[in-house]
Ligand binder design. Structure first.
Ligand code: GLV
Ligand code: GLV
Length: 319
């Protein structure tokens, strides 16, 4: 008898094919997010759940009466959609998909950085509206990245990948803050003593820290106020790490130069005030959105499930 697994969203074909070969699996061909009641039924009827960032795996769900599932194999590196303390208390294993999405996410941080510093969105919009009147020496000017200071907050895998691209590709100087010391950041970079120091000193700030209660609005109004008026803020981490209202106010009042955002506080809701601004570049949570990366994430989630049911060490266990 194969273990029963419920998958909450449609996954790349190769991942679904492997899941079908290994498990008695319930796939989600329609890709409609499951309701809380449907997630409860899954936790009671299956041996394992394969959810993603859009599924809230909270304490009620982990403690549902008659729970059968012993593993939640998240399709994401971030696990802020899961109550980890409740999972640990309930004895439910949680795994994630680190490493395989590092480059794709760093690439999207660079995309946002280039889009917003070169103001490509308002320029492309002008062209698409048929309003471009031709090359003009002083029109649609952006600012260059060369010799500017990149500030990374959260110098893990993705932060380091962004630092490498910016240092070796664009000649930027790199400073960073990380909660714990980083033995080898993989690139010439200077650690600074606080988030505040990064906010105040960097020309481009890129966020790479985990979401969830510990970092909620860590990029606060007071910290945004420390930024240079010429500085840009880029977020490919989680929307809840920024006080979004404070950021919108700073952008509206042109107290900072711009922002590039791939994640939002209440996804998929993006405040209209943000959508109306021309000093922002906005993307719909595309960090890991390549077929190669999404396939690799799925395969790693399946590896975690396989290890669980075979009693082998997990490739990527969180709790
Ligand atoms: C995506 O947002 C992830 O955490 O993998
Ligand atoms: C710009 O189009 C240039 O040729 O410099």
């Amino acid at each position: 008898e194969k273990p029963k697994v419920v998958v909450t969203r449609k996954l790349p074909y190769a991942v679904e094919a492997r899941l079908q070969a290994l498990f008695d699996v319930k796939l989600n061909h329609d890709d409609r997010p499951l309701s809380t009641a449907e997630l409860e039924v899954a936790m009671m009827g299956a041996d394992g759940l394969l959810p993603t960032v859009t599924d809230a795996i909270d304490s009620d769900l982990l403690n549902v009466k008659g729970r059968r599932a012993g593993i939640v194999a998240n399709f994401a590196v971030g696990v802020n959609n899961i109550d980890l303390a409740a999972a640990e208390a309930a004895g439910v294993v949680v795994t994630n998909t680190p490493g395989v999405l590092t480059d794709a996410t760093a690439d999207i941080a660079l995309t946002l950085m280039l889009n917003v510093t070169r103001a490509t969105w308002p320029a492309e919009n002008r062209l698409r509206r048929g309003e471009w009147t031709g090359f003009a020496p002083t029109a649609m000017l952006g600012s260059g990245l060369q010799d500017k200071v990149l500030g990374i907050i959260g110098m893990g895998r993705i932060g380091q990948a962004v630092a490498k691209r910016c240092h070796y590709g664009f000649g930027m100087d790199v400073i960073y803050f990380n909660r714990s010391p980083v033995a080898d950041p993989g690139v010439p970079a200077q650690a600074v003593e606080s988030i505040d120091a990064v906010m105040a000193e960097a020309d481009v700030i890129s966020l790479h820290l985990p979401g969830g209660a510990n970092n909620d609005k860590v990029i606060s109004a007071a910290r945004i106020a420390l930024m240079k008026p010429t500085a840009f803020l880029v977020n490919t981490a989680r929307g809840d790490v920024i006080d979004e209202d404070a950021l919108v106010a700073a952008l509206q009042e042109r107290r900072i130069a711009g922002a590039g955002l791939d994640v939002f506080y209440h996804e998929p809701r993006v405040p209209e005030a943000l959508r109306l601004l021309d000093n922002v570049s906005l993307l719909p949570h595309l960090g890991s959105a390549t077929l190669e990366t999404r396939t690799a994430m799925g395969m790693l989630a399946v590896d975690n499930l396989e290890a669980h049911f075979a009693g082998r060490p997990y490739p990527a266990r969180v709790v």
